[in-house]
Design a protein around this ligand. Structure first.
Ligand code: KPL
Length: 323
């Protein structure tokens, strides 16, 4: 009897959904560990030169200890058949890598593969929508902190909420939705994800360029001189959001920015780090996205414009030095 009920259990196990993560940076690796600890076996899609073995060991350090896990890895240039079983592709690339990378990958994905973009800033989804060929697109934002301390080793540096929601096409299947919400701590599904994305955009637009330009930690922005600039960055963001049909509250956003400044006072923003390591920044998808919208609506955003110009200038100087 025991044997037959065990056999029945095996027979009746619900079919598992394949979740793949494109971009094995700090957030991509963190999500892979969180999915694995809730019983999924995520697949990591990596650059061909990083895919030396089909199964690779990844390590997560938390306050409670270290966890080593083996994840299957697939090179992005692998044959199409290997991608056709993916039900959900979570994209954790930098904003500026999203469109070009997906342009090459989309034809290899099944017609039913759902896409979820998780990056700082906004904008790539607008270029992606015409290329989806009927696939569903969801977007998300996370305030979880993760630091990469080795090629396949990360440290979970802070908890924070993760908000996800559909943008266009078929909705995320309920089974995938619940797998994600179960795996990611403090995560929620939003019927309208846009206000959450704009909330995070406000935080990044205020903190990232100022810390990158002046090479300071987030906490330095509590000084009066920065607070005046932050107020204008936010006022300009609220103004352009209104043209996009979104009514955002100036004071709530300012409060949120200042809360992040104090909670992450000793941290360096991703843009400050990108500049220091002579990497391309996400400025085009953050303050640059506001300028794109401003141009469409024929509106001026002088403070955001000046921040974009300063970051781009730094970026060009540093890139030139590194060559
Ligand atoms: O998301 C961030 C970033 O650095 O990109 C913030 C919230 C500003 C934390 O540093």
């Amino acid at each position: 009897r025991l044997a037959s009920s065990a056999a029945a259990q095996t027979r009746w196990r619900a079919p598992t959904m394949t979740i793949a993560i494109l971009g094995a940076g700090a957030i991509g690796q963190l999500l892979a560990h969180q999915l694995a600890s809730s019983g999924c076996q995520p697949l990591l899609i990596v650059r061909p030169d990083k895919c030396c073995q089909p199964l690779q060991k990844f390590t997560l350090e938390t306050r409670n200890g270290s966890y080593c896990r083996m994840f299957p890895c697939l090179a992005i240039d692998a044959a199409a058949a290997e991608f056709s079983n993916i039900n959900l592709l979570i994209v954790t690339l930098k904003a500026y890598q999203v469109v070009n990378t997906l342009l090459a990958l989309l034809p290899k994905l099944s017609q039913h593969c759902q896409l979820l973009l998780l990056h700082n800033g906004l904008g790539p989804h607008r270029q992606l929508i015409p290329l989806l060929a009927g696939r569903g697109l969801s977007l998300g934002t996370t305030s979880q902190g993760a630091l990469r301390i080795g090629e396949r080793q990360i440290r979970h540096t802070g908890s924070g909420i993760t908000q996800l929601g559909d943008i266009t096409g078929p909705a995320m299947p309920k089974k995938l939705q619940s797998q994600l919400l179960q795996a990611i701590p403090d995560s929620e599904w939003c019927d309208d994800i846009m206000p959450a994305l704009w909330g995070k955009l406000a935080v990044n637009a205020a903190i990232n360029p100022l810390t990158a330009i002046d090479n300071i930690p987030n906490g330095a922005l509590a000084e009066k001189h920065y607070q005046q600039q932050i107020q204008t960055v936010i006022a300009e963001l609220v103004k352009i959001a209104k043209f996009e049909g979104l009514s955002l509250d100036n004071d709530t956003l300012l409060q949120r920015v200042n809360q992040v400044i104090s909670l992450t006072a000793t941290n360096y923003s991703s843009m400050q780090q990108d500049i220091q390591h002579q990497r391309l920044t996400e400025i085009d998808a953050i303050n640059g996205y506001l300028l794109q919208l401003a141009q469409q609506h024929d509106v001026e955003l002088p403070v955001n414009q000046s921040l974009v110009a300063q970051v781009k200038c730094l970026q060009t100087q540093l890139m030139r030095c590194s060559h």
